[in-house]
Design a protein around this ligand. Structure first.
Ligand code: NDP
Ligand code: ZN
Length: 363
């Protein structure tokens, strides 16, 4: 819920008061936290956040599993909400529109990558939605979506139609684009055999998009109990991920969304010659999976690539594609006070697909 003061702050060019949930060190639990955001610039919009998805990246970041985090940290980069104020030069949004924000809130705008709308690969570095120093705003730390509002450049928000189910739109802003982008990069076509390894928030979206694109889809999951879900989503079969050595199928493309240690070569063996493996899952740095020269040479003429979210143009394309084909994540709506429980479930195999926080529950 927006604070009473927010609209006048926006109008008067003052910093925007915000409240949310934060951790103050890597072993902390989430607690209510009050902070402020930079003032509304002329190309910025102020969004009242209605829903925020919980991505496994939030957990890696909050727990400093990739790098030492910036604390206090308010994670959240799957944001959907309502535009409540617009800067004087905003042209894409008007008050009352719905908007979505993903993993980045800015980039240099000048390099080759930015010019090609690959802002996530900006040469100066994108400004991440949280756990990042914002070089456009005195290097102050960014705060994410587990909060009541966000101020963002209109160029880094996607337009969401009024009739879209906002709680389902939120996870598309990361889980959706991160899986849509490699499927496009690999130019998936009808009849391709695709395997999705790791069947959580990202994995389910990869399965749904690949099915929609006409591919024959297989799932490698840790939890056999999700077999029926995979079949309902249109997959042909769910394999236990520990069975990769006995599987006979050979795939054109494997997308790995796995957030824990695993052996990349086990999956490369399952590619057809000329096949591709797109890696999006990023386990903690200490246990990051590696592949050496032998792993590549004895799996020769197969391609491995990494993929990081997607650019703003592609994010809008993904959203339009998802809404057109009604491809939505499986979600469980939780209250803000249940974030800690959700984190526990996501790291102990008890979670199903995507938790989405209803920000109306923020006290
Ligand atoms: P989730 O926790 O929602 O899903 C992960 C799934 O992987 C779970 O279903 C889990 O099983 C399964 N899993 C865990 N270990 C294994 C294993 N060894 N073999 C097979 N399956 C396994 O996470 P997300 O989908 O939100 O994120 C996945 C990863 O992607 C994270 O590392 C995240 O940081 C990264 N990511 C990367 C992005 C990018 O731009 N490249 C963007 C967003 C996220 P179970 O159901 O049993 O728990
Ligand atoms: Zn994410």
């Amino acid at each position: 819920m927006l604070l009473d003061s927010n609209l006048s702050e926006a109008k008067e060019g003052k910093r925007i008061s915000a409240k949310g949930y934060a951790v103050s060190h890597k072993s902390d639990t989430f607690k209510p936290y009050e902070f402020s955001r930079h003032a509304l610039g002329e190309k910025d919009i102020l969004i009242e956040i209605l829903y925020a998805g919980i991505c496994h990246s939030d957990i890696h970041s909050a727990r400093s599993e990739w790098k030492e985090g910036i604390y206090p940290m308010v994670p959240g980069h799957e944001i959907a909400g309502k535009v409540v104020a617009v800067g004087s030069k905003v042209s894409k949004f008007k008050i009352g529109d719905y908007a979505g924000v993903g993993c980045m809130v800015n980039s240099c705008g000048e390099c080759e990558a930015c010019k090609a709308s690959n802002e996530q690969y900006c040469e100066r570095g994108m400004v991440a939605t949280y756990d990042c120093y914002d070089y456009f705003h005195n290097n102050e730390p960014t705060f994410g979506g587990y909060s009541n509002n966000i101020v963002v450049s209109e160029n880094f928000a996607v337009t969401v139609p009024k009739d879209a189910p906002l709680e389902k739109v939120a996870p598309l802003l990361c889980a959706g684009i991160t899986t849509y982008a490699p499927l496009k990069f690999s130019q998936v076509k009808p009849g391709d055999k695709i395997a999705v390894a790791g069947f959580g928030g990202l994995g389910m979206m990869a399965v749904k998009y690949a099915v929609q694109m006409g591919a024959e889809v297989y799932v490698f999951a840790r939890n056999k109990k999700k077999e029926q879900d995979a079949l309902t989503m249109g997959a042909k079969k769910l394999y236990d991920s520990t069975d990769s050595k006995v599987v006979r199928e050979r795939f054109d493309l494997i997308i790995s969304t796995i957030p824990t240690p695993y052996n990349i070569a086990d999956y490369l063996k399952l590619l057809k010659l000329g096949g591709e493996m797109g890696i999006v899952g990023l386990p903690p740095t200490e246990v990051e999976p590696k592949i050496g020269a032998a792993g590549l040479i004895f799996n020769a003429h197969k391609k491995v690539y990494g993929s990081l979210i997607g650019g703003m143009k592609e994010t809008q394309e993904m959203l339009d594609f998802s809404l057109k084909h009604k491809i939505y994540p499986e979600t469980e709506i939780i209250s803000a006070s249940q974030i800690n429980e959700a984190y526990e479930n996501l790291t102990s195999g008890r979670a199903r697909f995507r938790y989405v926080i209803d920000m109306g529950t923020l006290e």
